[in-house]
Design a protein around this ligand. Structure first.
Ligand code: ZN
Length: 116
């Protein structure tokens, strides 16, 4: 979760707190947990896929999975709408990949390119 959040531009402090990307605020009230983000300000509660969905205004979980797949090179084969189990399987893979492979700087560069 943390890697994805940072990859998409959130700054997370030592306590795991970050400015909530889903409402306007000056002091961090969103907390990053290992597998989700919870905002004490607006009540947003999302996992990695929900987070990506919300950040980029994507309609379905599958679009978020696709985006994560592209951005993080997960090599997930996406040809059809996934079942709930598949989604959680993807999610697991995302998190495993996240924690292993990618450094902050690379994601930072990518973010600049993506968001222009
Ligand atoms: Zn919020």
């Amino acid at each position: 979760m943390r890697t994805v959040a940072e990859g998409y531009g959130l700054h997370i402090d030592r306590g795991g707190m970050t400015l909530c990307p889903f409402h306007d605020e000056r002091t961090p009230s969103a907390k990053i947990y290992p597998d989700n983000l919870h905002c004490f300000g607006c009540g947003a509660h999302v996992d990695v896929i929900g987070f990506t969905q919300k950040m980029f205004g994507l309609v379905g979980a599958i679009d978020a999975v696709k985006k994560l797949n592209d951005d993080y090179g997960l090599h997930i084969d996406i040809g059809k709408a996934p079942t709930a189990e598949e989604v959680s399987e993807y999610q697991k893979r995302v998190q495993e990949k996240m924690s292993m492979k990618y450094g902050r700087s690379r994601l930072g560069e990518h973010l600049t390119i993506t968001c222009g």
